[in-house]
Every structure is written in C-alpha cells, then in structure tokens.
Design a protein around this ligand. Structure first.
Ligand code: MTE
Length: 390
C-alpha cells in the first residue's frame, strides 16, 4: 500500500511550513479534523433548546474520562452565566448557625478528588417502548464521567452545625429554573461533594460554574448546578422534581418515587450505529462502557450472536467506585451479520437485566431508570442498527 502512496512520497503542508507559535492557543482546543466529535441534541425531544438536553458522543471516546467540552448538558432554564464574585452559598434551616459562604470562603475548606459518573435518570428513557434512536450517543449519552475536585459536603454542614432533628437537606440552584431536590442527611454526610473543578479545570458554565453538588451514584437531577442554598429540614420537601418528575409510573397506576440509585448498566460504543465497521472482515476491536451507582464493575459479558454465546470482556483502566469502566473484546469478524450485546455485573453481584425483564416489573409508562441490555444488529457491510430481540 505504501508504494506510490502520495502521503508518503509528496511533501505535506505540515512538513513544508512552520506552524503557529506557543502564543497562538493560550487555552487549547481539538484538531480541526475532530470537528465531527460534538455534543448533539434531538430537536423533536423538547419544545425548545433552553429546557432541554444534548448528548455525549460516547462512540468517539475511549478510556473512562469524558472531556469537559463533550459532557452532555441538561438544564431546565438555560446556562446560567454566574459571576463567581457575586456567588454565595447559604446554609439555613435546622442548623446552629445560618452561614453564607463566598467562593473565597469555600476555597479554605479541605478538598478531595474523586472520579464519578453522572447519569440522568432519563438516559435511555426514549427506548422504553422499543428501539427508537439510532446511535449510542442518543440512547446512552446522558452520562459523563469526570474527576471532581470538591469539598466534602459534611464539612460545610459541620460548619453550620446540623441540629439533631436535621434529617434531610434541600439543595437549590441559582439558575432561572428554580431547581430543588431533597436529599437524605445520611447521603449528604456520606460522599456528597460541593465541587468547583472538573478534570482539573474550573467547572464549565454549562456544568454549574462556579459550584455544583456531586451526589455519587445517584440520579443526575439531584446534582444541583450553580448551587446557592442548602436548607436543613426534618422531612423531604416533595418539590416538582421529586413528584411529577423523576418518579416512575407503574402499570397499576402506583408510582415508584425516590429512586435515587442508578442501577448497573453498560453499552457497546463501537461498533454501533454511528460507528460502523468500515474495515471489512478480520481483526476487530469491540469496546464499550459500564457503570453502577452501587460500586464498581468487576465484569462485563459480551455476545456477538444475541445471547447464544457470552464471552468475558477485558476490563481496562482504573476501576473507581461509582465511576465509568471501560471494556474491550477483540475478535476476528467473519463478515457475517451479528447481534451485539453487553451485560454488566456490579460489585454487589447485581446483573444488568434485559429490557423485557425490566418491563415485566415496571410496565411501559416509565421514562426513568431504563438500564436494560442494548442490542446492535450489525449487517454484512458492517453497518449497525438499534434493534430489540426477545
Ligand atoms: N441544576 C440546576 N440548577 N438546574 C438544572 O436545570 N438539571 C439537572 C441537574 N442539575 C439542573 C441541575 C439534571 S436533570 C441533570 S441530569 C444534571 O444536572 C445534568 O448535569 P450536566 O448538565 O452536567 O450533564
């Protein structure tokens, strides 16, 4: 192939001319050849792009960390552009001392670093009634996995002094949507963080700059962005986001509520509808991601034939608690059609269910918490499609 290959024989612009200097890109950005790697929304999903969502391009990523500029965004009142000099965090309610903290005050608390996934409870929600969106970006892209630097929430609550009757907190955002959620005190004191950095740099405005709440393993809606107030109370507040939204209506008319933990889930990112096999038969790399709100992912199974034969995928990269995990399965593709699936096992022993197993228990009214096994049908040309098999 190299014989007569012009990219070897003829000079390229990059070895003929000098490049830009070190002063050209003070805050760098990706190669222009990566312009197709982008968050994308689905315009018909929401009435407007302000209270809406876009999706992480999972099929373009590798490893476990989501680059900041590609983290999916979900906001109910648009991106709040908060001036950190005018931002305050108030702690009130059942506390010994009501306090108001500036960003400078926050920077004087001890901080920690942790990698966590954030998954919107509505991730894969459009697939409850059957396969709909053709690409893992759209079926599974309401997730990102980032290293946060933040202050353990328990230290901030201790500064205010929680009264013995304080058993819940209400967290409130500074954006125009009036986002509030109730969180039990046990979780608040356990592993929640008030984070100000993601992957080492300041939070992006769309992710809650200058501070957001991190609620490891729990549904993304509770991770309040632009965090401005924490009220301590003795019962949940039953606000909009925990009653009419983020509850799961069952077939018999009852609703599951306070379904905070994200169950174990996985998806094959390559091959997938947006990332077909283009090299023909032969050595092929299959990869994907898995995560659980209850721990780590020690094992992922992969099938090429719709579940007749399962194989152990190879886990690669760090295995952090409540973080995304990366798996690979290398195989020799014979050029025949395939039905690809992955199945996550988490450290509690829980095994990712099929979509039909979920529907048997939860009916078909739900939007939230769809962690069923995803199937991609690959044809003999390597094209992949979102399908369901029973
Ligand atoms: N916090 C505020 N203040 N306003 C919002 O609209 N959206 C919530 C949550 N926190 C929201 C918010 C929802 S529904 C999700 S899924 C996550 O933020 C999304 O976080 P991300 O935009 O970093 O992906």
């Amino acid at each position: 192939r190299a014989e007569g290959d012009p990219v070897i024989l003829e000079p390229r612009p990059w070895n003929q001319f000098l490049g830009e200097g070190v002063d050209a890109r003070p805050y760098g950005f990706p190669s222009e050849h990566e312009a197709h790697v982008r968050r994308q929304d689905v315009p018909w999903l929401t009435a407007d792009p302000i209270s809406s969502v876009n999706f992480t391009p999972l099929h373009e990523l590798d490893g476990i960390i989501t680059p900041n500029g590609l983290c999916f965004e979900r906001h109910h009142g648009g991106i709040a552009e908060v001036d950190p000099a005018e931002h305050r965090l108030m702690i009130n309610g059942l506390v010994d001392r009501q306090i108001v903290l500036t960003m400078q005050d926050l920077m004087r608390f001890p901080r920690e670093n942790h990698v966590y996934f954030l998954e919107c409870a509505a991730n894969t929600g459009m697939e409850w009634a059957g396969s709909q969106l053709n690409g893992c970006q759209f079926t599974h892209g309401m997730i990102h996995n980032v290293m946060y630097t933040g202050i353990p929430l328990r230290l901030i609550l201790a500064e205010a002094g929680v009264k013995p009757s304080g058993s819940w907190i209400l967290v409130e955002g500074a954006d125009a949507s009036g986002m509030t959620r109730s969180i039990p005190m046990e979780k608040a004191l356990d592993d929640c963080l008030v984070a100000f950095k993601m992957n080492g740099e300041a939070l992006r405005p769309e992710q809650g700059y200058p501070v957001r709440l991190v609620v490891p393993g729990w549904e993304g809606n509770m991770w309040i962005k632009w965090l401005r107030r924490i009220e301590v109370g003795d019962q949940p507040w039953h606000h909009r986001e925990e009653t009419s939204k983020y509850t799961d209506l069952l077939a018999d008319g009852r609703a599951r509520r306070f379904t905070w933990e994200m169950d174990a889930k996985s998806v094959i990112t390559n091959p997938s509808p947006q990332a077909p096999i283009t090299h023909g038969p032969g050595p092929t790399v299959l990869t994907g991601v898995a995560w659980s709100g209850r721990g780590t992912i020690p094992r992922v199974d992969v099938t090429l034939d719709g579940g007749i034969n399962w194989h152990d995928a190879r886990m690669s990269g760090p295995s952090f608690n409540k973080s995304m995990h990366r798996f690979y399965f290398e195989f020799n593709w014979d050029g025949q059609p395939m039905l690809l699936q992955s199945r996550a096992h988490d450290s509690t022993g829980y095994v990712q269910p099929t979509k039909n197993q979920l529907r048997e228990i939860r009916g078909e009214n739900s939007i939230y918490h769809n962690n069923g096994i995803q199937t991609w049908a690959v044809d003999k040309d390597g094209r992949a499609e979102n399908v369901e098999i029973s």
